[in-house]
Design a protein around this ligand. Structure first.
Ligand code: SF4
Length: 445
């Protein structure tokens, strides 16, 4: 468990020499506890204190890196149980299964389908992270051949799923350079799997039906020199999986229990296709490092990635777009001008509807600290002065030859004040962005 400021203070030289740039050792200790300072800033700290502070400051959940290059996945190193306390840092990896016993055509088709699962949401590209290649054939050469095929034809990271250490070894001969996650070790094969993971420098999944055995196995495997591990509680029961994921996170964070201080991977119990995504979303929120799904259709994967995008944002910092004037389509001096706020979801919803209307338009994203229209209005972040300033800053007057401003219907109450302040004619738009295409076609001439 992390040390408090006072506990850290007891280990410092207490000379108040200020060499660390802080007025006192206590001030430095407090900043260290809040992770706003680094131990190396104090040149006089003893070796003994360094060892104690270093061990205590190690993250309670180990960071595990899978893959290489652009799609390298980092999981773990989380500090809180609840995202409103801080935030969740390393987004859950989403993996899709691919069986090595599919015939050549079906294998290639599914691989291509998985590779193409990319979407754009609120201006951000979202996609899956991993392909979980399953050794369902039980055959070493087949597994190796398929691992080579996947490794050479995907930008995604890989999980090699087999209970046979020999088969994993054969597959790694073709793709070890991609640093796949080996899945994995269990009570029977842990020694041989750990040796392979160490030799190839790959992270290793450890599986067991019970948390007690998982803790026992991670300690044994750590003894072989493998440090990057991912926990997998074997269960087909959604409730049991959720309880397991929560217990693992609590043990690591609240009790500093190092044997369970690793990210966790989970499979989704068999169910109908919609239930699979609902369960995966629940595990993603609490507290899976990786969720492995069979689902492969865009209508299944996009909602799951959307949940992830929402969970892994900082709840104290709304997702924002740059406050500025945006041009949608080939605008000209007669194009309509409207404003909205710079909350990403609001802005991209409006932009999408303007695109759908096929009428080029200017959208002024007004700085409201990333809050939505009504929230900004009720907090006085959206008023006639804010709108007038945004219009002046972006010189919209020089871009169009009319002086008509469409305002969101939700703040129709501001229309008189905006008109008076800006001297532009105010047109009250629809309350919902979905009404924009019809509104523009019927109103803008
Ligand atoms: Fe204290 Fe070290 Fe800072 Fe000096 S440099 S004030 S000893 S913490």
């Amino acid at each position: 468990m992390a040390l408090t400021g006072l506990e850290i203070f007891k280990l410092l030289p207490k000379t108040n020499c200020k060499k660390c740039g802080r007025p006192t050792c206590l001030a430095f200790a407090m900043q260290l506890a809040q992770k706003k300072a680094e131990l190396k800033d104090c040149p006089d700290v003893s070796e003994e204190a360094k060892a104690k502070l270093g061990a205590a400051s190690a993250p309670p959940i180990k960071l595990v890196t899978i893959g290489t290059g652009e799609k390298q996945l980092k999981i773990g190193e989380e500090n809180v149980l609840f995202r409103h306390d801080e935030k969740f840092y390393n987004p859950t990896g989403v993996a899709i299964t691919l069986s090595d016993d599919l015939d050549d055509g079906a294998f290639k088709e599914r691989l291509n389908k998985i590779n193409s699962l990319k979407f754009t949401r609120v201006g951000t590209e979202i996609e899956i992270d991993l392909i979980a290649l399953q050794n369902n054939s039980g055959d070493a050469s087949k597994f190796s051949e398929r691992a080579k095929e996947v490794g050479g034809n995907t930008h995604l990271s890989m999980i090699l799923v087999s209970k046979s250490a020999d088969n994993v070894k054969a597959a790694l001969e073709t793709c070890a350079d991609k640093k796949p996650l080996i899945h994995g070790a269990n009570a029977e094969n842990w020694e041989s799997m750990a040796n392979i993971a160490k030799e190839k420098n790959c992270p290793l999944t450890v599986s067991s039906p019970t948390l007690e055995e998982l803790a026992d196995l991670t300690e044994k495997i750590k003894g072989t020199g493998v440090t990057e591990m991912v926990l997998h509680q074997n269960s087909e029961n959604t409730k049991e999986i959720l309880q397991g994921l929560t217990k693992i996170r609590r043990s690591a964070l609240k009790k500093a229990f190092r044997p369970l201080g690793f990210p966790a991977l989970t499979y989704i119990p068999n169910g109908d296709p919609s239930q699979e995504i609902a369960s995966a979303s629940a595990f993603l929120a609490k507290y899976a490092g990786i969720v492995v799904v069979d689902a492969c259709e865009p209508w299944q994967i996009m909602p799951l990635l959307t949940v992830r995008q929402n969970i892994f944002t900082d709840p104290q910092k709304p997702v924002q777009v740059e406050p500025k004037l945006y041009e949608v389509g080939q605008v000209n001096e007669n194009s309509p001008v409207m404003f909205t706020t710079n909350f990403s979801l609001t802005y991209y919803t409006v932009e999408g509807e303007v695109e759908a209307s096929r009428m080029p338009a200017y959208i002024l994203a007004v700085e409201t600290e990333g809050t939505s229209v009504l929230t900004a209005y009720s907090g006085d972040k959206l008023n006639e002065s804010v709108v007038a300033k945004a219009m002046a800053d972006t010189k919209i007057e020089e871009k169009v030859k009319h002086k008509k401003l469409i305002i969101p219907g939700l703040v129709a109450v501001l229309s008189a004040k905006i008109q008076e302040t800006t001297k532009w004619e105010v047109l009250v738009g629809p309350k919902e962005a979905s009404g924009l295409p019809t509104y523009l076609k019927s109103t803008w001439h």
